[in-house]
Unconditional design. Structure first.
Length: 263
């Protein structure tokens, strides 16, 4: 079966990565062999599920190495292919330890990702990364990336780092965020006001996150912090989870009571 590639790619926010998923889908249909994508960020995962999930011949499942993973690999198989239970899969994801002395130079996940890519890791080879105090960080990667980084040395700014690959069970996985419903009274329904209340950051930081592409709405890019939100809108902030608008109600003082769910 040949998929309508040009039609599927039209309007994609990242045609290169989405095109790789289309290639995988065609390969699975042609060879009857299931396959995996690279690690993908949440917007690309949603785009694949939205654009390719409607193909009745295929089934997609996501696996990121731990229940709360943001970056995941997608498993694609034919729907008429019996005997491959997604829940019993041996997921091709490995654990990664990154050691370094960050007592005087605080480490961020994005610093870690940049350093590992400078060591040769591909963007799609790296899953979620997180910081463990001042001694470095941990993360998840593909087996190929694990082989490349194991025993390797690099640097984050002036701090030397060393990598070691381990089983996922040896990692100290980040605590899974428990969904929380709460309300806030705001002067307006502007995106920056609701994002500030939902994620607990200043409006100035909200604007900075929009400019850097880390804050998205309904899995799409945002250009205006002044955009008015409506019930059902969902904000995604990289490494900070999501905020969904559950209800909006006017108060007696002509303000807005915003009920939202943080997860």
């Amino acid at each position: 079966m040949i998929l309508p590639r040009d039609e599927l790619l039209r309007g994609s926010h990242d045609p290169l990565r989405f095109g790789a998923a289309v290639d995988l889908a065609e390969q699975v249909l042609r060879t009857w062999q299931p396959g995996w994508t690279d690690f993908l960020d949440a917007p690309m995962q949603e785009e694949i599920f939205n654009r390719l999930g409607g193909l009745s011949e295929l089934r997609w499942n996501r696996h990121g190495g731990h229940p709360g993973a943001e970056r995941c690999r997608l498993f694609c198989q034919r729907t008429d292919q019996m005997g491959v239970d997604p829940e019993s899969l041996s997921v091709p994801v490995r654990g990664l330890l990154v050691e370094g002395n960050f007592l005087f130079d605080p480490l961020r996940p994005e610093d870690l990702r940049q350093a590992l890519q400078e060591m040769g890791a591909s963007p799609g080879g790296l899953g979620d990364l997180w910081v463990r105090g001042d001694r470095g960080g941990q993360g998840l990667c593909t087996p190929e990336c694990a082989e490349l980084l194991n025993g390797g040395a690099g640097a984050v700014r002036d701090v030397a780092i060393r990598c070691e690959t381990v089983a996922i069970e040896q990692l100290q996985l980040p605590a899974q965020r428990v969904p929380r419903v709460f309300a806030s009274v705001e002067a307006s329904c502007r995106l920056d006001a609701i994002a500030s209340a939902g994620f607990g950051i200043s409006r100035a930081k909200v604007v900075a996150q929009i400019k850097s592409g880390r804050l998205r709405m309904n899995w799409g890019a945002i250009r205006q912090a002044s955009r008015e939100l409506v019930v059902g809108d969902c904000l995604q902030l990289q490494d900070r989870g999501t905020v969904e608008v559950l209800s909006l109600a006017r108060t007696k003082k002509d303000r807005w009571r915003v009920e939202m769910r943080r997860s």
